[in-house]
Design a protein around this ligand. Structure first.
Ligand SMILES: *Cc1c(COP(=O)(O)O)cnc(C)c1O
Length: 248
C-alpha cells in the first residue's frame, strides 16, 4: 500500500477538510458568479488519490458522496475498505489498463479517462460480465478523455478520433456516454486549452445530446474551466492539502 492507513488526529483533520471544503465551494460559487452560471450546474469531485480511506470517511461525514481516484488498484482497495458506505460513487479519473477492466467495473460508477475503442470494448465486456454476475446493477458511465496535446503520457484521444470513439461507445451495450474530459497540456494557457475543449464538447453534444458532462478544471485552473463550461471540477490539493510523497 502506498497511502497511510490511519490519520493521527481525526478532529484536527476534519476541521481542516471542512475549512478547505467551505473555501473551495466559495471559490466555485465566485467562478460561477463571474460568468453568470448557476453553481448547481458545477459539481465538485474530490480527488482523494494518495490520501487514506479515513479521509474519505471524514469527507463522507461532511456530506460528500462522490470521489475521484487515479489509480485502479488504490481505488479498488479503498472501495473495499469503505464498502459499508453504500452511497459512495467512485470515479476513476486516471489512465486505465485494459487488463484492469474486470476489477474496475466492480466498484466504479464513472470512468473519466476512456481514450480508445479498445479500452471501451474491454470495459463494455467487463460491465456485461459484472452485470450478469450481479457485481453491479447499472451500466458504467463513461467520459471520453480528449488529448489536447501530443504527449501520449498524459492520455487522451486525439480530437480527430473523438467522433468515431463516441459512436463506438454509443453502440456498446453496457456503457453510457455522459461527457468529455481533459487535462490541459503542461505549461499551456488554461483559458486557451479549455476554450478548445469547449468547442470539442459542443461538437460531441451535437451528435450525442446526453453527453452533457464536461470534466475540466483542477486546483490550479478550476476558475478558468468553469468559465468555459465545466460541469465537474476534479479537485485534489485545494481540498486535501499537498499530496503525500509516494513511490509510485
Ligand atoms: C490528481 C488529479 C487531479 C487533481 O489535481 P489537483 O491539482 O491536486 O487538484 C485532477 N484530475 C486528474 C486526472 C488527476 O490525476
Amino acid at each position: 500500500m502506498n497511502w497511510p492507513v490511519t490519520t493521527p488526529d481525526t478532529d484536527a483533520r476534519v476541521a481542516e477538510l471542512d475549512a478547505n471544503l467551505r473555501a473551495l465551494l466559495a471559490r466555485i460559487d465566485a467562478a460561477c458568479a463571474a460568468t453568470g452560471r448557476d453553481p448547481a450546474t458545477v459539481r465538485l469531485l474530490p480527488v482523494t488519490k494518495y490520501f487514506p480511506a479515513s479521509d474519505i470517511e471524514l469527507l463522507h461525514r461532511l456530506g460528500l458522496r462522490e470521489f475521484g481516484e487515479s489509480k485502479a488498484q488504490e481505488a479498488g482497495a479503498k472501495a473495499e475498505v469503505l464498502s459499508d458506505l453504500r452511497d459512495i460513487r467512485w470515479h476513476l479519473i486516471g489512465r486505465v489498463q485494459r487488463n484492469k477492466a474486470r476489477q474496475v467495473v466492480r466498484w466504479a460508477d464513472t470512468v473519466h479517462s476512456v481514450d480508445s475503442e479498445r479500452l471501451a470494448t474491454a470495459l463494455d465486456r467487463a460491465v456485461t460480465v459484472a452485470l450478469e454476475a450481479e457485481e453491479r446493477d447499472a451500466p458504467l458511465r463513461v467520459l471520453i478523455q480528449a488529448g489536447l496535446d501530443s504527449d501520449p503520457e498524459r492520455g487522451g484521444a486525439p480530437p480527430a478520433q473523438l467522433p468515431a470513439l463516441a459512436e463506438h461507445i454509443a453502440r456498446s451495450s453496457a456503457l453510457r456516454l455522459v461527457g468529455l474530459m481533459a487535462i490541459p497540456p503542461l505549461g499551456a494557457n488554461p483559458d486557451e486549452a479549455f476554450a478548445r475543449l469547449a468547442e470539442l464538447h459542443a461538437r460531441l453534444r451535437a451528435d450525442h445530446p446526453d453527453a452533457t458532462e464536461l470534466s475540466a478544471g483542477m486546483s490550479g485552473d478550476l476558475d478558468s474551466a468553469i468559465a468555459h463550461g465545466s460541469t465537474c471540477v476534479r479537485v485534489g490539493t485545494a481540498l486535501m492539502g499537498t499530496r503525500p510523497i509516494t513511490s509510485g
